[in-house]
Design a protein around this ligand. Structure first.
Ligand code: TRP
Ligand code: ZN
Length: 885
């Protein structure tokens, strides 16, 4: 906590470290009321930092210094200076050893950063700057050291003692304590350090690498969760194999461990050889985890595993380069998920998420480039822009260089920089060098914030048989960046004939056509491309596979969109055409609602969806995606001024219209798929995810009919399903229905059945928090009193408060501002307890400029109240002050 304004850190001020740490030897003595940490650092002057011996300044936070010795000589108080978060001393030689002992208090650490307790176990979270809460250190990613770690604790309570690398020694003491020493031979920055102590059980397996080495795989959990680890273990083995095949990357230690903890600020952490996971990102069992949860576990296990190369073996020079590891690793996990499941469905989900959330961030007060230029609190920059947009940027490099060229570039990158802490420029340079390419202009994607708009116009010249597409790009101003230079925008496209055929693509000046789908690079503010030898006016299919993270504008008519929905050879663009058609129809309904006119929905949307529903040859997952109307949040994002009530009313009207007009085909598909679910035991595979997705979206629509026979089907699914996917979908449909007594009963029986499973209770909180029925705020306030709820657990906060503010737009944006006041109260309470979670919770309030003037004033008033509420963490201060600026 601080009373003064936090310092702003700038990329342009980067300097190499004055000193380096070659070896780090740590000893932890864990006790119930304190922990002692001894650190021996073998250090030397950095030869790249110039001449002389400047003072050594170490990072530290909340450490009680017990003793300090330089080259075995005890230092007295006058030999060093203790600052607020620093310790400075004067070395007297190029090489020296520094020994320190400190006392820390994991047992009262509620920020979940550094060493802390999650339930009965000790664990760590050091990224980005948590290691400085453990010991005095050079806590920056360009200081890389080998580590040996000895952990000592009471044997009874903490039989398992883990750290990075391989165990090399262990022993027991007479006083009931024991110890284990771990050695990590790979040099690593302190943010990858990890320690775990607890009464843990493990599931074991092994993997033989491409060079024939055997690696022991262990997933550690609390004993009651042993039966929920198989899916994560299978996902891990698939990830290890995939990374060998797709990127030539082999695992390097003899053991790879995952530990599940209940209290964790994010999804998971890639600590070398010892990944620590939020239990929600590891545990998955048919009866307690949905299909979505299974897919999330697979993706996060892969993501953290892939960091072993993209992040650990090659790490970041400084935190401005965060996307170097995160953007690249998100792309890698997306490619893995696409290969394991349906590639098109994965792409649709990712793009819908990016456009709803990252585009909003890029248009708001916290907008920043993929490589930010400055920050107050680095924890605030683990953002959708750094992760998701960062992944899109690397994907565009692949699109421009081709798959083979990209692989050559990544091979060179890993080979050239193994063991180093590098920058985004080094990554791009490897891509350029391996391909003899120039990505100079392309790199603007790393430095310019904001979502570019790409407006496209067409001209067909019948006499010349030519078709010209003109692209105009522009990018809105973002904080600190008023004007932008043109980006390199890869546009994959095709041209369709009136009969749906894909036309050969021959550009003016080319000797022959180059396929029927190709990538054009738009590099100018305005640029035209002319296709020749076209006997008819074609219909363009633009930005196939979402080849660039831009807002595309092309004046498609609704009939043209219906045509693309049916004929486009690109599966992503078939979905995209359906989304655009839905958006047009919904915007029309929103307008009618705002003008007080009777609502009337365009028949064409019903027709298009009917033919999809009746086509049994289509992938059911695709049909489910196409049936999902754009979310309220996405409609908010694309509105100039979002009218939440009109958006909700229009979308609900459209859902009811579709439900009644498509009742028959929905009923058919539901009955068929439900029957298969009934007959087959649960399988976590793409084919079954797809089937259940369609079954459950059909059920949600059917329940809008409010018919008692449908209610009976829903109750039956709720009561008799053997898996959480069907049970939770039925519950969600029920609790948003008008059958009040059934609602209450279902909620109660669900809570009784799963009261001992915190992850299932999170789902129970979430479906209720997101329900648009009136009185939502009061329901959430009541649920906060539930015995299973606590502000101390980030999953609970996200499940209840996060879901309410992020998904329940009509209730959160209540015209009297009570939703805003509630959120601000929670942020103020969490600010002192867990600043990272407090700051993340603020997201919905930072978007205040999107709403009408009445709501704007109410939202701003709450931000101002937070600012005036007392000592703010740097996390909350940065977001609130930037939102009000
Ligand atoms: N590196 C982690 C990832 O791959 C991110 C992370 C986990 C993190 N825990 C954190 C970042 C705590 C900041 C604070 O997703
Ligand atoms: Zn990551």
């Amino acid at each position: 906590m601080r009373t003064e304004q936090p310092k702003v850190i700038h990329l342009k001020d980067y300097q190499v470290p004055a000193y380096l740490i070659d070896e780090t030897h740590l000893t932890f003595e864990l006790y119930e009321d304190r922990t002692l940490v001894h650190a021996q650092l073998v250090m030397r002057r950095n030869p790249e930092a110039g001449a002389g011996l400047p003072p050594l300044e170490l990072h530290g936070q909340d450490l009680e210094l017990v003793s300090l010795a330089l080259n075995d000589r005890q230092l007295a108080a006058g030999d060093y200076q203790l600052g607020e978060e620093s310790l400075t001393l004067q070395p007297d030689s190029e090489r020296f050893t520094l020994d320190s002992s400190v006392v820390i208090h994991p047992e009262t650490n509620t920020a979940l950063e550094g060493l802390y307790k999650s339930g009965k176990m000790f664990c760590t979270q050091c990224e980005a700057e948590g290691f400085r809460k453990i010991t005095w250190y050079l806590d920056r990613p360009d200081v890389m050291s080998t580590f040996t770690t000895t952990v000592s604790a009471e044997k009874q309570r903490y039989p398992i003692l883990l750290s990075n690398g391989n165990p090399i020694a262990s022993g027991s003491e007479d006083d009931g304590r024991h110890w284990v020493t771990w050695e990590d031979p790979f040099r690593k920055p302190a943010y990858l350090f990890a320690l775990v102590a607890g009464d843990l059980w493990c599931v074991e397996d092994s993997f033989t690498t491409m060079s024939g080495r055997e690696v022991a795989l262990r997933i550690y959990v609390e004993p009651e969760n042993l039966d929920k680890c198989q899916h994560a273990m299978d996902s891990l083995k698939r990830s290890m194999k995939w990374d060998e095949e797709a990127y030539g990357r082999e695992y390097d230690l003899d053991i790879f461990m995952i530990v599940a903890v209940n209290d964790f600020n994010m999804g998971a952490m890639e600590n070398k050889g010892l990944n620590i996971f939020n239990s929600s990102a590891v545990l998955a069992h048919a009866e307690t985890a949905t299909d979505a949860a299974h897919q999330r576990v697979e993706a996060i296990v892969a993501h953290e595993y892939f960091h072993n190369w993209s992040g650990n073996r090659v790490t970041c020079r400084d935190w401005f380069q965060l996307s170097l590891k995160e953007g690249f690793t998100v792309l890698r996990d997306a490619q893995f998920s696409a290969d394991m499941n349906s590639a098109t469905v994965k792409r649709i989900e990712d793009v819908a998420y990016l456009r709803t959330h990252q585009f909003a961030e890029d248009a708001g007060p916290m907008a920043h480039s993929v490589r930010p230029e400055s920050y107050m609190e680095i924890s605030n920059f683990y953002t959708l822009t750094v992760y998701e947009k960062g992944a899109e940027v690397v994907r565009m490099i692949q699109t421009l260089l081709g798959k083979e060229g990209f692989r050559k570039g990544s091979d060179l990158y890993f080979e050239r920089h193994d063991g180093q802490a590098v920058t985004v420029d080094d990554f791009v340079k490897a891509m350029e060098d391996a391909n003899d390419a120039d990505l100079g202009q392309f790199k603007r994607w790393y430095s310019q914030a904001g979502t570019p708009r790409l407006a496209v116009s067409e001209r067909y010249d019948e006499a010349a048989r030519t078709y010209t597409l003109t692209f105009r790009q522009s990018c809105p101003p973002t904080p600190g960046q008023n004007s932008k230079e043109p980006f390199v925008i890869p546009v994959e496209l095709g041209l369709l004939a009136a009969d749906g055929r894909e036309l050969p693509l021959r550009l003016h000046g080319e000797a022959a056509p180059v396929g029927t789908s190709r990538v054009l690079a738009v590099t100018e503010a305005e640029q035209s491309f002319t296709f020749v030898e076209l006997d008819e006016r074609p219909l363009p299919s633009l930005l196939r596979g979402f080849s660039a993270p831009v807002k595309l504008e092309f004046p498609y008519s609704r009939d043209q969109l219906m045509f693309l929905m049916q004929h486009d050879s690109d599966g992503f663009n078939r979905w995209e055409a359906g989304q655009q058609l839905s958006v047009q129809v919904l915007l029309e309904l929103i307008g009618q609602q705002q003008r007080g006119e009777p609502l009337a929905m365009d028949e064409r949307l019903t027709m298009a969806l009917r033919s999809l529903l009746q086509d049994e040859t289509l992938d059911p997952a695709m049909v489910a995606e196409m049936l999902s109307l754009p979310s309220e949040l996405y409609l908010t994002e694309i509105s100039e001024v979002a009218d939440v009530d009109a958006i909700h009313a229009a979308r609900e009207f459209a859902r009811r219209e579709l439900a009644s007009r498509l009742f028959e085909p929905l009923y058919q598909r539901y009955m068929t798929h439900r029957e298969v679910s009934r007959q087959t035991p649960y399988v976590a595979s793409a084919e079954h995810f797809a089937r259940r997705a369609l079954q459950n979206i059909a059920l949600a629509y059917l329940m809008l009919s409010e018919r008692s026979d449908i209610l009976a089907l829903c109750l039956d699914q709720f009561d008799t399903a053997d898996n959480m996917t069907e049970r939770l979908s039925a519950l969600a449909s029920l609790i948003n229905s008008p059958f009040e007594d059934k609602r209450a009963l279902a909620l109660q029986s669900f809570a009784e059945q799963f009261s001992d499973n915190p992850l299932v209770m999170d789902q129970w909180f979430s479906v209720q928090a997101a329900s648009p029925l009136s009185g939502g705020l009061e329901r959430v306030q009541t649920l906060m009193q539930h015995p299973a709820f606590t502000l101390k657990n980030p999953n609970k906060v996200r499940a209840l408060i996060g879901a309410f503010a992020g998904q329940n737009l009509v209730n959160f944006h209540r015209a009297d501002g009570a939703g805003y006041r509630f959120l601000a109260d929670q942020v103020i309470a969490l600010n002192a307890m867990n600043p990272q979670i407090a700051s993340r919770l603020l997201g919905p309030l930072t978007r205040w400029r999107k709403y009408d003037s009445g709501r704007q004033a109410l939202m701003k008033a709450e931000l101002e109240r937070i600012l005036a509420s007392g000592e703010l963490s740097s996390d909350v201060y940065e977001v609130v002050s930037k939102s009000l600026a």
